[in-house]
Ligand binder design. Structure first.
Ligand SMILES: *Cc1c(COP(=O)(O)O)cnc(C)c1O
Length: 416
């Protein structure tokens, strides 16, 4: 493809003609699903086109976002971090949203959609449990029963989130097949969904999967970037660069969308560099993956030379996914967004810095965005930088216990 082809694809994305009717974002996206799934997908697609633009639906959604989720979330200036980095740093505070992360924007939106579609029950899947918790909360709020599929291994290592889902009224089904983590949980949730496509609604947690999910989730998360842009213009001006962490890519696509047309704003997705560049040691799908099909969509993936999807690693469970949303694959292809990595160690260091300089404990996922921003700031002095603070880090305390703050090496405060 030539540069003109890339530019044309990007223009199509900007003017809303992508994704097309088949859900394609240029060469990526689509619906690679068995025939048995098509009735459910068609039903959902019709519902998305009917209800998302509907005034009454939007009014209900906006009201829930305001009074239940707590939107708009704050835009916070980070003065001490700014001094340290030689930049003007701002945080978009999704950590302040109900249940502690951006995920709730998507789950309340889809729960309302399920209700509008007349579904009787919601099925969801979860890996680390954050999407399960946000789904359980949203289902309780709209009054629909919720079944969450979760790999048996994840059930064991994320016990507090399992308890939280139970408290919020959800049924948690441990999945004992396949890899017994997120990938097999998704397979089980889909199996449940197709068994009754009318009565069931499948609430997918990121901007991944077959069309219309990547589009639907992006539309529900785009509130992040819309708010951030308005807030920045009120307080200072457009950023020179914006950073968001990328697992499946939902908080990042939500943040980026507000700024896609602002070409003066460089956009960076930060993936989990984990322990290193070797396959299996990271979760850097866009930085080191190859095109392929996973969970119904054509996108960038991590797989070996035999085509086997790779186990991934990241200190942050929410970034640990071997695929990525197809819209990100397109944004990388056309060059509008650059995808970089931050290692486990860099993310942990950025987390400590943010805690001690700004009094904010970010999620380990969000700490990757901070680490990416810090690297860029070091090479680009005096710039205005927006960082998507996708969630709060309280959930990560058990993991952080393995990484005590090293005061003797000089806390970031002492070094200031
Ligand atoms: C789940 C999660 C992520 C990763 O998901 P995306 O779909 O890539 O946004 C990032 N940050 C937090 C706090 C999360 O809970």
């Amino acid at each position: 493809m030539t540069n003109e082809d890339h530019e044309a694809l990007f223009e199509s994305l900007l003017n809303g003609s992508l994704p097309d009717d088949e859900g394609r974002f240029g060469p990526f996206g689509g619906r690679y699903v068995p025939e048995t799934l098509m009735p459910a997908i068609d039903r959902l697609t019709a519902g998305v086109h009917r209800y998302l633009p509907d005034a009454q639906f939007q009014q209900e959604l906006q009201s829930e976002l305001k009074s239940w989720v707590g939107r708009p979330t704050a835009l916070t200036h980070a003065p001490r971090l700014s001094d340290r980095w030689g930049a003007e740093v701002w945080f978009k505070r999704e950590d302040l949203a109900h249940t502690g992360a951006h995920k709730i924007n998507n789950t309340i939106g889809q729960a309302l959609l399920a209700k509008a579609l007349g579904a009787q029950r919601i099925v969801a899947e979860t890996g680390a449990g954050q999407h399960g918790v946000a789904s359980a909360a949203a289902c309780a709020r709209v009054g629909l029963p919720c079944t969450v599929y979760m790999g048996e291994i994840d059930v064991a290592r994320q016990a507090p989130n399992v308890d939280r889902m139970h408290r919020l009224g959800a049924e948690v089904v441990p999945v004992t097949s396949g890899d017994r983590t997120l990938r097999s949980a998704i397979d089980e949730a889909i199996r449940d969904w197709v068994s009754d496509p009318k009565g069931n609604y499948y609430l997918l947690g990121s901007a991944i999967g077959p069309h219309p999910y990547p589009y639907l989730v992006r539309e529900l998360q785009a509130v992040i970037g819309r708010e951030a842009r308005t807030q920045l213009l009120e307080r200072t001006g457009l950023p020179d660069a914006a950073f968001a962490c990328v697992g499946g890519g939902s908080n990042a696509i939500g943040l980026f969308h507000g700024f896609l047309a602002d070409r003066s704003t460089a956009l960076f997705g930060v993936e989990a560099g984990g322990r290193g560049v070797e396959l299996g040691q990271n979760s850097a799908t866009l930085a080191s993956g190859r095109p392929g099909v996973l969970h119904g969509t054509h996108t960038m993936l991590l797989y070996d030379d035999d085509g086997q999807i790779q186990e991934t690693h990241s200190v942050s469970a929410g970034l640990d996914y071997p695929g990525v949303g197809p819209e990100h694959a397109l944004l990388q292809l056309v060059g509008r967004v650059e995808y970089v990595t931050a290692s486990d160690d860099e993310a942990l260091a950025a987390l400590d810095e943010c805690c001690s300089l700004e009094g904010i404990l970010p999620a380990l996922e969000s700490a990757h965005a901070l680490a990416g921003a810090k690297q860029w700031a070091a090479a680009n002095r005096g710039k205005r930088i927006l960082v998507g603070m996708s969630g709060r880090g309280d959930k990560d305390m058990p993991i952080l216990a393995d990484y005590p703050v090293n005061r003797s090496k000089g806390s970031v405060d002492a070094a200031a």
